[in-house]
Write a protein that binds this ligand. Structure first.
Ligand code: PPS
Length: 569
């Protein structure tokens, strides 16, 4: 298969002069501030990476994609590219109206002519596109917990590309890559998609894939949004640059793709193929469990290991891009080289380090052998992923007023400060209400805002290697979950339920508030006239009724130690 790299892919941008004019006119339009995911989608819509799409999907296109992986005109398209918005914004606009799409700084990137507005059946979308309506799937979680309730559809007119300040020389539009391949005379190009650092096995398999398909090699990593918990793209790109030196320079190149992945396995593989074809690529490596989202809520895989390869194969002809199945490479100790696992005779000693094992070794500061990775890659990874005992983390106490949260949190802070090593901050309910949330009351909305503020500050502390100890009531499970998600991007989140019963808290009534609550003098009082969702799976639950504060703080310390967060490196 070879591609007509001479024909440019259609972009949605207008000329520079028209863009300047449109930008001024667009200043008066209602505007939507794009979410990080929409920003990625818009970039690929505008630069032709998502060709043949001309904008965010209309309702007919959406239904076709969800049900049959096809747009209304019959073209193959497996993933819904939708502009999800709030109900309030959706209600404020008219059909056939233009809106401005802005980046987070308010810069107008595009104009969208709204042709459709509808409330999607998100459960149906989850079932058909992602295979299950299960929030253990990151895209399903996104759909239900982050995406707005209404979708807007319609064509997009591109004004300017989103701005990137990082690795600019490594970012290419589909037409730029096509032009590059043309210039170098690369007629056949095999692309390798990745969201992980590359180690020796990847270098071997990509090199072999290129040799076997007699094609040049494009390392095409994702730098948009990947699976929550992945290594950040800054670190990864520094790692990729270190690996690039290992290939013959004249045969291999690397370009960064600002795609927001959905982790949709088989459908995602087909999507990746279409996007690569738009970038002028002729061959695409599809591995075992391509773009796999991990386990579902029953602990099983969402997709079969070869589902992605099968679906890709089914549409390969129509897509016009050839699949190169990924070979699982293992290290053969006696021969000191990597070989495909299925070609190795019995009885030979092979070595392998899984992703989970690598993370464990990094987290515990253990050796990562040279046969596994390149020293420069390991050095970069160690810089970003210091052992857990040097990473930041958050201890999040939750429980009724008067349950003992603040006292235990204080004791814990003193003990951690005695140990030293990491800056420690206490975000106690009362302290936060005085310094951060002084204007807030105790309605559900205000409590949520209060907890989200605490979560934000704690996530910043965690990101920067400190310890955040939080001690609010935090009565709502959904808000606690959102805070957990935010913090776990950067370090551990240790939820501690201070499980003192409401009867005991009321009996103690340290601040006299329960009495006032019973008399109706304080409204919406947690446990009396306002709900408290008991944590279902906290890392630790403390019983304060039979043991003293010092022992409770000790239990938290022991938990932190067992999680590798404190103690010897
Ligand atoms: S929340 O729900 O997490 O935002 O609450 P938080 O910020 O932790 O604030 C709880 C402290 O405020 C006092 N207080 C109330 N608590 C619960 N319900 C109502 N209506 C209320 N009004 C005032 C109470 O003293 C809590 O302090 P702690 O430290 O928890 O005892």
């Amino acid at each position: 298969m070879s591609i007509n790299q001479h024909a440019p892919i259609p972009e949605l941008y207008v000329s520079y002069d028209s863009a300047q004019k449109l930008k001024v006119e667009a200043g008066d339009l209602p505007s939507w501030d794009l979410t990080p995911r929409q920003l990625c989608d818009l970039e690929l819509l505008m630069n032709g990476g998502f060709s043949p799409l001309k904008g965010f999907l209309t309702e007919d296109d959406y239904n076709g994609v969800v049900e049959n992986m096809r747009l209304a005109d019959g073209s193959l398209w497996p993933i819904p590219i939708t502009l999800d918005v709030s109900q309030e914004f959706a209600d404020s606009i008219e059909i056939d109206q233009d809106i401005a799409l802005r980046d987070p700084e308010g810069v107008i990137l595009a104009i969208m002519s709204i042709s459709d507005r509808w409330t999607p059946d998100k459960s149906r979308e989850a079932e058909t596109v992602f295979g299950a309506d299960d929030i253990a799937h990151p895209a399903v979680n996104y759909l239900h917990h982050h995406a707005g309730p209404v979708y807007l559809g319609g064509p997009v007119t591109g004004i300017q590309a989103p701005m990137h300040y990082d690795f600019r020389a490594r970012r290419d539009t589909p037409n730029e890559l096509r032009a590059y391949f043309r210039k170098l005379g690369w007629r056949k190009v095999v692309a390798f998609q990745t969201r992980n650092p590359l180690h020796r096995a990847h270098q071997e398999l990509t090199f072999r894939a290129a040799k076997e398909s007699q094609a040049n090699l494009l390392i095409h990593p994702i730098v948009g949004m990947t699976k929550p918990g992945d290594i950040d793209h800054f670190t990864r790109v520094r790692c990729y640059e270190a690996v690039l030196d290992q290939y013959p320079a004249a045969t291999t190149t690397m370009s960064l793709l600002n795609l927001a992945m959905r982790m949709a396995g088989p459908r995602e593989a087909v999507w990746h193929g279409l996007i690569r074809k738009n970038h002028g690529v002729t061959h695409f490596i599809v591995g075992r469990d391509h773009a796999g989202p991990g386990k579902n809520s029953k602990g099983e895989d969402f997709y079969g290991p070869y589902d992605a390869q099968e679906l890709f194969k089914q549409y390969e002809e129509e897509m016009g891009i050839e699949m190169v199945p990924f070979k699982h490479m293992v290290y053969v100790q006696d021969r000191a080289q990597y070989e495909p696992a299925d070609e190795i005779e019995e009885g030979v000693t092979v070595l392998n380090i899984s992703g989970t094992e690598l993370r464990r070794r990094l987290a515990e500061g253990l050796e990562i052998p040279e046969w596994f990775s390149f020293p420069d890659v390991v050095k970069e990874l160690r810089r970003t992923r210091p052992p857990r005992s040097r990473q930041g983390f958050t201890v999040f106490f939750t429980g009724f007023s008067g349950s003992g949260k603040s006292t235990i949190a204080n004791a814990l802070m003193i003990k951690l400060m005695e140990m030293g090593g990491r800056p420690t901050t206490l975000l106690d309910g009362d302290i936060v209400r005085k310094n951060l949330s002084s204007e807030l009351g105790f309605s559900k909305e205000h409590r949520d805002l209060n907890i989200r503020r605490i979560g934000y500050v704690a996530s910043e502390i965690t990101k920067n290697g400190g310890i955040a100890i939080c001690a609010p009531i935090a009565p709502y499970a959904t808000t606690r979950r959102a805070v957990r998600e935010e913090i776990e991007q950067y370090g551990a989140f240790v939820e501690v339920h201070v499980a003192t019963s409401i009867e005991e808290c009321e009996r103690r009534d340290r601040k006299g508030l329960y009495k006032l609550a019973r008399e109706g003098k304080i409204k919406e009082f947690t446990g009396i006239s306002d709900p408290y969702d008991v944590p279902e799976n906290p890392e630790l639950s403390l019983d304060t009724e039979t043991v003293d504060v010092d022992y409770c703080a000790q239990q938290v310390l022991l938990k932190l130690e067992s999680m590798g967060l404190i103690g010897a490196e």
